[in-house]
Design a protein around this ligand. Structure first.
Ligand SMILES: [Ca+2]
Length: 468
């Protein structure tokens, strides 16, 4: 016995960290996707937001403070993350992206786990299309709303008919209903049932659960709206950045498709306040669903063998720059929440290293001890969970159509390029002095060298397929 203890001690001191000894050999994965969630959470310093469950997950795991999606729209961001491939000039561009068409033949993240003996389940919105990359999953399930509408309304079927000239119903709903009236409540129920079932399974699992809120429409039970009554304020930069290129702005058509939103021009302050409160209510509603799942994981003691990862598919503008929705190259659309909790290991509380969503696939493989498929274009950030001295490569490249944003240190540089790789617009922000990106300084000769450098960085190392 004494000999065994000695061997263990030597092993611990040789590896220099605890994670190798206590991480399960084949850990389960609980993969939580939240639609349109920017880091609007108390654990990210937004103290107004009630997000106790995600905050607890962050406290027990590692919170990434500089995580960026590679493309700020649902379908394309998810296809990129799930395949580990970057967007390119003709790949992963819109919300309608299908991974199994634009990356045909590529093994997806859950597909890779499935090939390695995992039982894989997709609940709710993981890929944009319900039937995308079906061979990745042993089981696929989608919630059905109580309402007959394709969207998730509790009360507003009549108003949908009243506004037949618009594509959709109202952009928010404040209904005094149970959580399970809306789809995300059903997704939580289904996922909890799965955990109980998977506990008895004789193989590891990759359980993906995707929540629809805080995506529009901002429909959430009354109790979550109430949290924010009288507490919401407007951002102080309700205007385009000084010298902003027109390419960086849009008309937030996604929001205008909803009834009651003016067809052009800005929305009123009162309407903006209601939209922001609705977004917050949806964040708290989703947080509560995630809490029920994480509590069940603990109750079943599966938390001891399960890696939990939580991510939002991209950011969202809540009237910053006069914008709503995503679909642009500002940090508001690119910055995302990312939290990873690994069982049985002593993790760092947070990381301020720059990581990208193409890095998630290799990270989960490495944590689970799976080989990395050759096609992957990101880098594992496993070391950032444990090693204070560890660094990422320090660069994120994000793409919105022809606009490519290079994020490095304090610089956020976007260049719009045409088919023959010449640029026709650009913007540069220095987050040390302008963290909200209110003044484009790309035409200031003082920064010419920085721009050259960032422009070469983008071309050289991070978008090898982009110009092909
Ligand atoms: Ca989305």
């Amino acid at each position: 016995m004494r000999h065994l203890l000695w061997v263990l001690l030597v092993l611990v001191s040789c590896t220099g960290s605890s994670e190798k000894n206590s991480l399960p050999e084949t850990p389960n994965i609980l993969f939580i996707a939240v639609d349109d969630l920017r880091p609007e959470l108390a654990c990210y310093g937004k103290e107004l937001i009630s997000s106790p469950n995600i905050d607890l997950l962050a406290a027990e795991g590692t919170r990434f403070d500089r995580s960026y999606c590679n493309i700020p729209v649902c379908g394309a961001s998810r296809a990129s993350l799930m395949t580990g491939l970057r967007p390119a000039r003709n790949r992963f561009l819109t919300y309608l992206t299908r991974a199994d068409e634009e990356a045909a033949g590529i093994t997806t993240l859950p597909g890779h786990f499935r090939n390695n003996g995992y039982h894989t389940i997709s609940n709710g919105k993981i890929f944009h299309h319900d039937d995308d990359a079906e061979e990745s999953w042993d089981e696929i399930w989608h919630p059905v709303s109580n309402s007959s509408s394709w969207r998730d309304y509790a009360l507003n079927e009549n108003s949908l008919q009243d506004t037949a000239d618009r594509f959709r119903g109202p952009p928010f709903e404040r209904a005094d209903v149970q959580d399970t009236v809306y789809k995300d409540g059903k997704t939580a129920e289904k996922t909890i049932g799965d955990l109980r079932k998977l506990k008895e399974l004789d193989k590891p699992f990759f359980l993906a659960t995707g929540f629809l809120k805080p995506h529009l429409p901002f429909n959430a039970p009354e109790k979550y709206w109430k949290i924010y009554d009288g507490k919401v304020s407007l951002p102080d930069n309700n205007y385009p950045p000084e010298n902003a290129p027109k390419e960086s702005l849009h008309n937030f058509g996604e929001l205008r498709a909803y009834a009651g939103v003016p067809p052009d021009g800005p929305v009123t302050d009162d309407f903006a306040l209601e939209l922001i409160q609705g977004y917050y209510a949806c964040v708290s509603y989703t947080d509560a669903q995630i809490g029920m799942i994480l509590n069940e994981l603990k109750r079943l003691e599966l938390d001891r063998t399960t890696i939990v990862i939580l991510w939002g598919d991209h950011g969202w503008n809540l009237r910053e720059h006069g914008l709503w929705c995503k679909h642009c190259n500002y940090e508001t659309s690119l910055h995302t929440p990312l939290i990873v909790r690994v069982p049985g290991t002593q993790q760092l509380k947070e990381s301020s290293e720059i990581v990208e969503y193409v890095d998630i696939y290799p990270t989960l493989c490495e944590l689970a001890g799976l080989e990395l498929p050759e096609h992957l274009q990101g880098d594992s950030f496993k070391d950032l969970l444990y090693d204070k001295e560890a660094k990422s490569d320090g660069v994120a490249i994000c793409q919105w159509y022809a606009g490519i944003t290079t994020i490095r240190e304090n610089w956020f540089y976007t260049e719009w390029v045409n088919d023959n790789d010449s640029s026709y617009a650009r913007m540069l922000y220095d987050h040390r002095i302008d963290p909200h990106e209110n003044v484009n300084i790309s035409e200031d000769p003082l920064h010419a060298e920085t721009i050259d450098d960032l422009s070469s960085e983008m071309r050289r190392s991070r978008a090898p397929n982009y110009f092909k």
